[in-house]
Design a protein around this ligand. Sequence first.
Ligand code: GLA
Length: 397
Amino acid sequence: MNDKAGASGSATTTASTAAAHGFAEWFGRQPAGVWSAPGRVNLIGEHTDYNDGFVFPFAIDRRTAVALGDRDDRVIRVASSFSPEAVTVHLDELSPDAVNGWAAYPLGVAWALGEFGADLEHSRGVDLHVASDVPIGAGLSSSAAIECAVALALDEHWGFGFDRPTLAKVGQLAENRAVGAPTGIMDQSASLLGEADAGVFLDCRSLDADVIPLGFDADGLSLLVIDTRVSHDHATGGYAARRASCEAGARALGVESLRDLRPADLERAKSLLDDETFRRVRHVVTENQRVQGTVRTLHEHGPGAIGPFLDASHVSMRDDFEISVPELDLAVATAQANGAIGARMTGGGFGGAAIALMIDALVPVVTREVAAAFAEQGFREPAMFTARPSQGARRDA
Ligand code: GLA
């Protein structure tokens, strides 16, 4: 389980091999190239990205790969290992509403490139085959992985030359408009900018990114992902409602976004806002502080000292932002009770995964204890694996 010799550094990954094979099987020829992009774990900074705040995610050693080959017409055809059907769209007919289902991700990215000024009118069609080993619905950004793999593949193959921060925006636009999820810029930034053993400290207002060494390996630490397998759906419900509360709070307090508030402003916020909106605002304001505190502490004292920030982040999401579920709370509490340095739910919430940072030797212990605690509560068996901070999107072949 705690396989420190994972494939994160090598050029060929399981997903890229699968994408190349899938391409050959579907289209009867070899691809011209294979690109891949990782999912992400957010170490800290939840629901801060769309409030112009700070996040500190890292790219993980689970990737989505896309194999690409030219066509001699102007059609894009996408196939994948997770769907029995290929989807075909003419380049002139790309729109955010062109398709539904999984194909909205790759085809949404092709459309979004055009929105950012790419000359699609003179591009030839392509066949794409997508394969992935990023767990879907676990809060590890399987959607950003596919968007970023396709964005980089099309950008390099068609020679547009967009930089990575722009490709992140392309992925986000596809997610917002073609998929219909009102998400921020964090996931795509992590997937495109991540590096081995490092986190991406991103200011979501300026989009300045600092890639900061995490030092987990050197300090003998592992990050365990506990996927509760409680499904979440960002396109509906809770995520959009939280975003709307944040925007309402900012409006009521007369600031452009919650990023502009400091802890000292919370007293005034409390007197002006209803209790629920106040707690949503307090989460975002304190979470921004925790992200900056984590980065500072990492720098000054190393990764073994960041635990209290992770723990406090979870409490804030559970009690103020109210996006946790009993399974996530149990995963976090059990990891903490068994010696984890820190633990919290990660991602948009309402299900998905928790993360727990611990010394390597504790991984089997925490894994066993979390499984036992879930069984005792009658919860579905969680999926658990360690995630290594890994290289962002790249060409594999
Ligand atoms: C999802 C979204 C991100 C971010 C997180 C919460 O992962 O895609 O943009 O808002 O939720 O931090």
